[in-house]
Design a protein around this ligand. Structure first.
Ligand code: ATP
Ligand code: PAF
Ligand code: BAL
Length: 314
């Protein structure tokens, strides 16, 4: 289903996207969806590659979803480059792009963004239906971004209804997001297989992220403290020399703060259910980090990263 000389179809309305997908499915083709917010890097393209291995046609969505951003967050300065994204998706072998202008009902005459002012519904005629995964959304990113997973689950639900994928591919850089979406799919009987893929890193260890483009060169170097901390913990747990969660968290936090980062969280949780853990020897533990580093324009850039610490023999 790939023809180099063909234009990559780009759909901007839900109706057109759905019609195209249904045509594919009617021809017996299996459909994979790769949801993204654009400004694509090799991490995203690894998801497209994996999707191609699992389905006959691959749709990538590009949409910076307003409902997962709080009013004070970086929605307005989130990096965007749709032309470059389309070229990368075509080269990677994707078959279609879903690039909606908005997925929320705009209320005529109610002003720009009336549907998502402060990333909340403001107008009585606007969007008011949200999907929430109650417990799994609470720790980690849910602590500092309490609105975040409600926005993610809602928009992913909409993308699933529009693109009707058989398979949906996510990255484990957003580990909690992958767990939350998997739970939503299980609990609400979506007929979608959710796949979570490993983190792609730059050669120096920095997790690839669209937001890296906003880091100053100095901050980018400092941000390497995150992956250094994760690597240190991986090695210590693998050889059995690290066992106490508090000591590990404290050390990783110290590395990031010494480098000039502002820690949002450094947390160790059960890698399966994101519940608390008493030690690092009994089960695989998720070591997850979020930290702010200086942006090259203004403010800070919030980066997330993680690793699963596997004790010997587990
Ligand atoms: N380094 C990476 N390796 C593997 N998957 C990734 C990586 N970075 C992002 N993804 C995945 O790509 C999908 C789309 O993510 P998104 O478009 O928000 O990119 P991002 O680089 O995570 O951006 P941000 O800078 O907002 O964190 C998500 O499933 C995400 O987990
Ligand atoms: C899944 C997603 C595309 C929903 O907006 C976003 O949270 C992301 O890019 O990880
Ligand atoms: N993948 C990150 C989505 C967000 O931070 O909004």
């Amino acid at each position: 289903m790939s023809d180099e000389s063909q234009e990559l179809p780009v759909f901007t309305t839900a109706a057109d996207m759905r019609a195209w997908v249904r045509k594919q499915k009617k021809s017996g083709r299996k459909v994979a969806l790769v949801p993204t917010m654009g400004y694509l890097h090799d991490g995203h393209l690894s998801l497209v590659k994996a999707a191609l291995e699992r389905a006959d046609v691959v749709v990538a969505s590009i949409y910076v979803n307003p409902t997962q951003f709080a009013a004070h967050e970086d929605f307005d300065v989130y990096p965007r480059n749709p032309d470059d994204d389309r070229a990368k998706l075509k080269a990677a072998g994707a078959h279609a792009v879903f690039e909606p202008e908005s997925l929320y009902v705009a209320v005529p005459g109610a002003g720009e963004g009336s549907n998502v002012v402060g990333r909340e519904t403001q107008h009585p005629d606007s969007h008011e239906t949200y999907v929430t995964v109650e417990r799994l959304q609470k720790p980690l990113c849910g602590g500092s971004r309490p609105h975040f997973f409600r926005g993610v689950c809602t928009v992913v639900t909409k993308l699933f209804h529009i693109c009707e994928p058989d398979v949906a591919v996510f990255g484990r850089k957003d580990y909690q997001q992958w767990r939350v979406i998997s739970r939503m799919v299980r609990d609400l009987d979506f007929a979608v297989e959710v796949v979570g893929l490993p983190i792609c890193r730059e050669q120096d260890g920095l997790a690839m992220s669209s937001r890296n483009a906003r880091l100053s060169e100095e901050a980018r170097q400092k941000a390497l403290a995150i992956s250094r901390g994760l690597k240190w913990a991986e090695a210590g747990v693998a050889d059995g020399s690290l066992g106490a969660p508090e000591a590990v968290k404290e050390h990783v936090r110290g590395l990031i703060e010494e480098a000039g980062g502002k820690v949002d969280y450094v947390e160790l949780l059960n890698a399966d259910n994101l519940g608390p853990i008493a030690d690092l020897a009994s089960q695989p533990a998720l070591l997850a980090v979020a930290a702010h580093f200086a942006a090259k324009d203004r403010g800070t850039v919030r980066l997330i990263d993680n690793t699963v610490l596997t004790p010997p023999g587990k």
